[in-house]
Design a binder for this molecule. Structure first.
Ligand code: SAM
Length: 333
């Protein structure tokens, strides 16, 4: 049987060679692909007939594609149509590596129904799958403070307050559609950076909020640690600075001794549960970016678990503000 699956259009799996080099699937084992997408990583891992993959994805189009993988790879492939914050429920103590690829697949970006982009028209959606509310409800229902916080903290948008004020004004006249939001942003926002579209940051903030990406990431990482045996790897590809900062803190804070003061010796970090495998993040080569321009903002970080018993309260405390903002979503459910 051939090791590959024929699909009409494919997403380019980002940093694939680099990931394969880290996880060494040539020696056999079980791997967890927590963001199956179009199956690029999974398919490469399953080329070796000694390997198994347990996959997760929240999107129902990934679920559909997973049927093809099941037919092809039989019991070497298992799919869970779930969010990756739920990986703790997997009953397998022998996983060699857990991989997260946090971007959007080509399929999702071009999916007219998802309306992820500021070029879409009509009702804003942005749901990746298994969501509780859409971006349409967010911009039409939430109050001034909540909207401002979402734009400010998830989009790092300097004009968050002004944009919110205009949204509230316009909302009195009509229910806002995607094009109304874009018009408001274009009219209100100063152009600080001509290289990016004025709507980029607001749209990013809505995607993060609708998909609860911060809590997914934080609890996904903690659960990945809890599920992995010692010597297992966590590998993660991020695409924006908020995600990357969280991952960097998680890996660094739990892998290094702490400098309390430059006059004192380093304090032993009892919570040192990882070994960092690459001090600087791995980025796509110029050749990969040329082939797949959307890989340009990707950053890969990875660690090896070296000890059980990690306690991640400090991580939860550090990002409490962002988790609290995501909790605003409960008002819409
Ligand atoms: C960039 S794609 C992955 C592409 C994949 N590595 C490949 O090679 O085809 C990211 C995928 O992660 C999924 N995803 C994002 N957040 C998720 C979450 N919290 N739980 C489960 N799946 C998630 C998305 O639905 C999307 O299909």
């Amino acid at each position: 049987m051939s090791a590959t699956i024929n699909l009409e259009k494919r997403h380019f799996p980002v940093l694939l060679d680099e990931i394969i080099k880290i996880i060494s699937p040539q020696y056999g084992g079980t791997f967890l692909d927590s963001t199956f997408g179009q199956g690029g990583y999974t398919e490469k891992i399953l080329e070796n007939s000694k390997n198994k993959v347990i996959a997760f994805d929240r999107d129902s189009s990934a679920l559909k594609l997973s049927e093809k993988f099941k037919t092809h790879f039989k019991n070497r492939f298992q799919f869970n149509h779930k969010r990756f914050s739920e990986i703790k429920n997997i009953n397998n103590k022998n996983i060699k590596a857990i991989i997260f690829d946090l971007g959007y697949s080509t399929d999702q970006i071009f999916d007219e129904k998802k309306k992820l982009s500021f070029n879409s028209k009509g009702k804003l959606n942005m749901k990746m799958g298994l969501n509780r509310f859409s971006a349409h409800e967010v911009i039409n229902k939430l109050d001034k403070i909540d909207l401002t916080n979402i734009f400010k903290f998830f989009g790092e948008e300097k004009d968050a307050k002004k944009i919110t004020k205009e949204i509230l004004k316009k909302r009195i006249q009509k229910t806002l559609q995607t094009e109304d939001l874009v018009e408001i942003i274009n009219k209100t926002k100063k152009n600080y950076n001509f290289k990016i579209n004025k709507s980029t940051k607001i749209f990013q903030s809505l995607r993060i909020f609708v998909n609860q990406e911060i809590s997914e990431l934080i609890f996904g990482l903690i659960n990945a640690y809890n599920l992995l045996p010692v010597n297992g790897y966590i590998i993660i590809v991020t695409f924006h600075s908020i995600e990357d900062r969280i991952v960097k803190f998680f890996f660094k804070n739990y892998s290094e001794d702490k400098k309390v003061s430059r006059y004192l010796p380093q304090a032993k970090n009892l919570n040192k549960v990882f070994e960092i495998l690459n001090k600087k993040p791995i980025k796509p080569s110029a050749e990969e970016i040329k082939k797949n321009p959307s890989s340009r903002s990707a950053k890969l970080r990875c660690v090896k678990k070296i000890k059980e018993g990690g306690n991640f309260e400090e991580l939860l405390l550090k990002y409490k503000n962002l988790l609290d903002i995501e909790n605003i979503g409960k008002k819409l459910c």
